[in-house]
Design a protein around this ligand. Structure first.
Ligand code: UT7
Length: 333
């Protein structure tokens, strides 16, 4: 039995904002953003759109490429840090309605920028149970809606976008031991002690009959960039070591390493430790910036569309972000 990826798709908003354009309203420069992060532009969703719109659009493309109808979907898992509603209902339920996926269960994953890696594991495990064959795993973000436009150290980093994978259980395919394709290994971790390094501001909810804190202020991203940077380099290092130990593969066995697209310098620092060549790492942060839970599937969908992923290629994808969370997955294309 294998959990295979039978289709991918993305929704990339048309509105492209370069660093120079952003510098017209934020006190920053193209030079600073490029040299500190590798970002050259980002996309912002059109007014009126929310994460479920982006996620549903990406899912429609992935379903069509997989040759599946919405009614074929048994499970929808949406990884997002920017749900349509904070808390409930889940964005996955709204996507389920927008797609008309009448037979699907639906749930969200809240694991920050590691969300898609967590979601693959959750969906893969749920598909292994009897009664489910097909899942949609979606990373969808509208981070422009929660950026603090007065904080230049964070607001320049993020962009909007979505991508989706169709996962299918194939009972006849050889599993991991038989060299089958699809999801092979997953390794997930959390470091909740770092929760306050990266979080969404909100009114306090510490009293029953009284609302305290600034209830009038819109929620916004608060990040201690330096501590997240240090965490991220170690998270990538730990994830690579754990996945290699678990799988028995060597780094040279991988055609591609696909990291969460947060900061080129973070990835380069981690890659240097392992002597990984630039050509083995896929980066598209220059064009899309950090799209949190959508960054890994957007990258892999782009690789698939460009023909960079060939059948049988081994891919290591890894994420790190709010929670703090981190982890990775090994996929055979
Ligand atoms: O996906 C979730 C995971 N998140 C991450 O991975 C982010 C991890 N952290 C980082 O990538 C980096 O910490 C940042 C890119 C966010 C910041 O880089 P940094 O080198 O740590 O910059 P800094 O915050 O220490 O700021 C250095 C200087 C400051 O000026 P002074 O005090 O030295 O004069 C800032 O005011 O850079 C200034 N600065 C800027 N200047 C122009 C900060 N942001 C900007 C900006 N444009 N956008």
């Amino acid at each position: 039995m294998s959990i295979v990826i039978s289709g991918t798709g993305a929704f990339i908003p048309e509105n492209r904002v370069s660093n120079e354009e952003l510098a017209a309203r934020v006190d920053t420069t193209d030079e600073w953003i490029r040299s500190h992060t590798g970002i050259g532009a980002r996309r912002f969703a059109a007014d009126g759109l929310v994460s479920s719109d982006l996620g549903a659009a990406a899912a429609r493309v992935a379903l069509e490429r997989a040759g599946k109808k919405p009614e074929d979907v048994d499970l929808i898992v949406v990884a997002t840090a920017t749900p349509d509603y904070f808390a409930f209902p889940s964005t996955a339920c709204i996507v389920q309605d927008k797609l008309g996926a009448a037979n699907a269960a639906a749930l969200d994953i809240n694991a920050g920028c590691t969300g898609f890696i967590y979601a693959l594991d959750v969906a893969g495990s749920m598909l292994a149970a009897p009664g489910r064959r097909t899942a949609l795993v979606i990373g969808a973000e509208t981070l422009s809606r929660i950026a603090d436009w007065g904080d230049r150290a964070t607001c320049v980093l993020f962009g909007d976008g979505a991508a989706a994978f169709v996962l299918e259980r194939d009972d006849n395919a050889p599993g991991v031991a038989g060299g089958g394709s699809g999801l092979l290994f997953s390794w997930l971790r959390a470091k909740g002690s770092g929760a306050k390094s990266l979080y969404l501001s909100q009114p306090e909810r510490t009293k029953t009959f009284e609302r305290v804190g600034d209830c009038g202020k819109p929620p916004a991203i608060i990040m201690d960039g330096k501590s997240v940077y240090m965490f991220a380099v170690k998270a990538i290092t730990d994830t690579i070591e754990a996945l290699l130990a678990e799988s028995g593969y060597a780094l040279g066995d991988f055609k591609w390493i696909v990291p969460h697209q947060a900061n080129l310098r973070i990835v380069q620092a981690a890659a240097k430790r392992f002597g990984i060549a630039d050509e083995q790492i896929f980066m598209n942060i220059e064009e899309y910036a950090n799209t949190s839970a959508a960054s890994i599937p957007i990258a892999m969908n782009e690789m698939a569309e460009k023909g960079l992923l060939k059948k049988g290629d081994l891919v290591m994808a890894m994420g790190f972000g709010a929670g703090l969370t981190y982890g990775g997955a090994i996929i055979r294309w």
